[in-house]
Design a protein around this ligand. Structure first.
Ligand code: SF4
Ligand code: SF4
Length: 479
């Protein structure tokens, strides 16, 4: 890789400059390359040496400017210190990059210390995520871990009062039942209510769902930068996607068959098919109104260079929404991208136009509460209306019988529609993790996601404020 021609963009710690944020403010489309932080047993110097060409590649991009998103795929403690790694790797222009803040097995104190450290090193952009169960981990094991919620992380980082920062949050728009789609939508609005500066959509391949997210924001007249995360498929991760190995990533039977067919071809043909796919999806995201694409699944520098170049070519190839839509439809040739039989969309007429019709149809068809659910809710409301003001151990047996209390140290029942947050294996109180199954069930229990149930409860009283406004505190100790 030729390094001589690089024009360094210096940023001096302590300035108020934040180029990542400024580009959003100016409406400049951005490319983000995702870089996983190496495991904790990697010597820092080796990790930095291996990633230096990646950093150089990103730094030297012209046209749409590029950034790195540093992500931690392993839980806290299993990977190198992100701030140390990013600081050693990026000597310049740190305000272009994003550091992910992961809530799993973390404390708010540690997260805030890490944010302050990063800020003192010149990093200004963060993205809060709650974290996921480790692949293969069951419900019982997950329950042993703390998941600080992204909503609470957002609030705490904002309250730290650091200058010129921007804090984003993730959303999984690929939800296919009325309850799960609305639960994610409510959580998205709650994240905005708690100060998210931009939103990153989880990866998926159904462009109707990406447009649904944009229209959903438009419906509320919310104009906020949005990033479409796109996974570049290698034969290995395509196999994992088909096997359901990525949390919250459900593909349709048609798409699964297509990927399996592509994997039967030679490696070169498979890679060519994936390069075309990422071109179509990146160009589509841009024309649907996203402000950036974030490319995941690639650490090979030469491959990332090819992808960035191909994505730029696609931006030129598809100047208008209509050009792109024709190509998208031909490319997928009537493939159904929803994981049948779950194929709910919040809006009609998706992908028919780039802008939503004036009247958005929005008829979710949520399942009503059963009589027994109504009865238990009324009773819980009568008995526990001030449970958040009393010691959590008060009336524990009654709570156990009525709401399956597990005995945490901070009762939040009145703020959670009298559904115990500990019913969720991750102990979430603010909204669904986005990792549920396509049918709306929890990824870890053979039962409806707690937030699908709360969506039905909120719908029964036609008041969704408990799901999309304010923040319910997280606990840092699991019962
Ligand atoms: S929030 Fe749930 S686990 Fe905690 S005290 Fe209340 S009912 Fe019990
Ligand atoms: S109950 Fe819902 S939010 Fe909780 S882990 Fe399961 S899918 Fe995620």
């Amino acid at each position: 890789m030729i390094r001589e021609s690089i024009q360094l963009e210096m940023n001096f710690d302590g300035t108020n400059e934040n180029r990542f944020k400024q580009r959003f403010d100016l409406g400049e489309f951005q490319l983000i390359a995702e870089l996983p932080v190496p495991s904790a047993d990697t010597p820092l110097a080796d990790a930095v040496r291996r990633a230096s060409d990646f950093e150089y590649l990103v730094h030297s991009q012209e046209g749409p400017k590029a950034s790195i998103a540093f992500v931690n795929e392993a839980p806290a403690g299993y990977s190198l210190d992100m701030v140390q790694f990013a600081s050693e790797l990026c000597k310049y222009s740190r305000d272009r990059h994003i550091l992910y803040l992961h809530g799993r097995d973390n404390t708010m104190k540690d997260i805030l210390e890490s944010v302050r450290h990063a800020h003192s090193e010149g990093f200004k952009n963060f993205c809060a995520v709650t974290g996921a169960a480790v692949p293969g981990e069951g419900e019982a094991e997950t329950r042993k871990h703390v998941f600080l919620e992204s909503v609470n992380i957002l609030g705490a980082v904002r309250a730290a009062g650091l200058s010129s920062i921007s804090v984003g949050a993730t959303v999984n728009p690929y939800q296919y039942t009325p309850e799960s789609a609305l639960a994610q939508s409510f959580k998205m609005f709650r994240k905005l209510d708690n100060g998210a500066d931009y939103l990153v959509a989880q990866y998926g391949w159904d462009m109707m769902k990406l447009q649904e997210m944009i229209w959903n924001l438009f419906r509320r007249e919310i104009n906020i930068p949005t990033v479409a995360r796109l996974m570049f498929l290698t034969p290995d991760n395509a196999e994992q996607v088909c096997a359901g190995g990525f949390h919250g990533v459900d593909i349709s039977p048609d798409f699964e068959k297509l990927l399996k067919d592509e994997r039967d071809h030679s490696f070169a043909q498979f890679e060519a098919a994936q390069l075309r796919r990422i071109q179509i999806h990146a160009a589509g995201a841009r024309l649907l109104g996203f402000s950036a694409v974030q490319i995941a699944g690639v650490t090979n520098v030469a491959l990332m260079e090819t992808i960035l170049q191909k994505v730029r070519e696609a931006f030129r190839e598809f100047p208008t929404f209509e050009d792109w839509r024709t190509a998208y439809r031909e490319y997928y040739d009537r493939l159904d991208m929803a994981p049948y039989p779950n194929e709910f969309y919040l809006f009609d007429h998706l992908l028919e136009t780039d802008l939503p019709a004036e009247q958005l149809s929005f008829e979710p068809g949520i399942r009503p509460l059963t009589r027994s659910e109504k009865f238990r809710r009324r009773l819980a409301g009568a008995l526990f209306s001030n449970a958040d003001k009393l010691p959590a151990r008060e009336r524990r047996l009654t709570k156990k019988l009525l709401v399956s209390c597990r005995g945490c140290n901070l009762c939040r029942l009145p703020q959670t529609d009298y559904v115990c947050p500990e019913s969720c294996p991750k102990g979430l109180a603010n909204g669904s993790c986005g990792c549920g199954r396509a049918n709306g069930n929890c990824e870890l229990m053979d039962a409806e996601c707690v937030f699908a149930q709360r969506t039905r409860i909120a719908n029964s009283r036609i008041d969704y404020s408990s799901l999309e406004e304010g923040a319910v505190p997280s606990v840092e100790e699991r019962p």
